[in-house]
Design a protein around this ligand. Sequence first.
Ligand SMILES: NC(=O)c1ccc[n+]([C@@H]2O[C@H](COP(=O)([O-])OP(=O)(O)OC[C@H]3O[C@@H](n4cnc5c(N)ncnc54)[C@H](OP(=O)(O)O)[C@@H]3O)[C@@H](O)[C@H]2O)c1
Length: 305
Amino acid sequence: MPARWAAADMAGQHGRTALVTGANSGIGFHQVLELARHGACVLLASRDPGRGQAARDAIMAELPAASVELVQLDLADLDSVARLAGRLLDRAGGLDLLINNAGLMAVPRRQVTAQGFELQFGTNYLGHFALTGRLLPALLRRPGSRVVTVSSLVHRLGSIRLDDLQSEHGYGPWRAYSQSKLANALFTEELDRRLRAAGAGPLSIGAHPGYSRTGLLSSGPRLGGGGGVSALVFRLGTRFAGQSAARGALPVLRAATDPQAHGGDYYGPGGPGSRAPPARSATPGKPMTSSSPAASGRPPRHSPA
Ligand SMILES: NC(=O)c1ccc[n+]([C@@H]2O[C@H](COP(=O)([O-])OP(=O)(O)OC[C@H]3O[C@@H](n4cnc5c(N)ncnc54)[C@H](OP(=O)(O)O)[C@@H]3O)[C@@H](O)[C@H]2O)c1
């Protein structure tokens, strides 16, 4: 496997079914495009049917023979998560690949999900936690299946505030984002640990795209106006220094398809690498993941030990 990896290096994905969340834009869109180009049957998840349809139309215009199905998923509403998971579990066959990609960043003022959780923690982490738990039976059915969860370099700045996970007693847009991305990284490790302990097949792998020009920089701050100086600096930095969304998708695609990947790996633009502390320690995911089932509504059934 080359150090510099391109989508053309991806092995054929024929016969595999993949679900990508937040797939109507940014790096998620390019994940669907490349997986479909390589033969996968891809479920393009979008919270907004119009934006989802536009993304699917764009992919079908480029790849008329592709198998891409639009599915509706709002990760900020656990009922929506349950509905989609229920539909997918009812289908014959299983799921080979779940990419927990959707996210929003730096929402200026504290907002909450449909069930009352802080919006960034609820969307980026809890929604994906619940989705993964509910879809585990479908993943367990398929040999070689994977869960790839998208984190961020920003997770290094994060801390898990176990006494105030929902930022009820103090909210900072970036603090909430970095906490949610650290939660994604810890979840990846803890899921991997539990899957291995149970002798289960699916791999749990982390990825981050690096610094990529996508809508992420404007969608969060737009929710409530402004976003402050840090959002402006981030936007300018990305405009001049960021890579394309297509390039940002590559570490995620590599994590999803690299035959040499191991559970617990963390892929970035330079390939697989290690996570920064505190995500690297052996047990930090435990207290948080053990409180997540209650927070996310229902405990994931069939969750390995
Ligand atoms: N861009 C970067 O430099 C960078 C760096 C590190 C990590 N990341 C991570 O990469 C992932 C993808 O982000 P991106 O950069 O591609 O940004 P993006 O273009 O804004 O894409 C984010 C996607 O998530 C979706 N989303 C937001 N809230 C959602 C919800 N409640 N339910 C379902 N979907 C929701 C968005 O849908 P709408 O179109 O409806 O808003 C959009 O499709 C995120 O997890 C982000 O944290 C990005």
